[in-house]
Design a protein around this ligand. Sequence first.
Ligand code: URA
Length: 259
Amino acid sequence: MSEIRIDKFLADRTKYSRNEIKTMLKKGAVRMNNEILSDPKQKINPDVQEITLNGKKIHGGLEIYLLVNKPENYICATEDRQHKTVLELVPEALRHKDLFPAGRLDIDSTGLVLLTTDGALAHNMLSPKHHVPKYYLVTLSRKFQESYVQSLADGMTLADGTVCLPVQTKPLTEKICLVCLHEGKYHQIKRMFAALGNHVEHLHRVAVGSLLLPPDLPSGDCLEIFNKDILQMLKADSFPEMCEQIVYAFSSYLINDGH
Ligand code: URA
């Protein structure tokens, strides 16, 4: 990142307005490499200088990538009048005004959501041409039937005539299966299993491309990842390879019946 005014940098990266930052600068709350800054016009380079606000380091990379373990009752939007949004899960030091969720999970679904400032990446991840595969552990209310594998692989037609692309599926326990989607239609997994005569009780997204949700990341926690992780994520592994990794990483989720 090239040089940027300290007041603009901090206003972009925190919840404070530029005026509030000016007041904080006057009070000595801002430091660059441990030296107090007071001039809002001071240019800084956050790639090489450590900036702190009230003692907390403020992230300086060009684009931000955060992996969130979304809990239930949060929605994937930047603002909402009724519900809490996934952006509220971001700790102050990682906040940025341009962060948005790249892709959606339903309010009652849990697991991996990527938040980023990188519009080009989000476009690439979600566009039908490049669509990056997404992996879900799906808990059904009734037993998984072997016949589902072929029906989903053939590409299902939903009740309203929506045609779905082929979906890869593997049963992991009696009622939990792994589903890999290559597109993101509205309530797609719930509607596909409804069309098969079953019902989805819970959906937990465990991977996007080859990027696995760290199984020990507590629900509601956020983890910063970097450009190199994103490049790795886009090189998606095959379904059998991902299956193996997911079963290994989420073995206790499977043993505890999706809890
Ligand atoms: N499919 C659904 O039905 N819900 C989600 O949250 C994701 C995929």
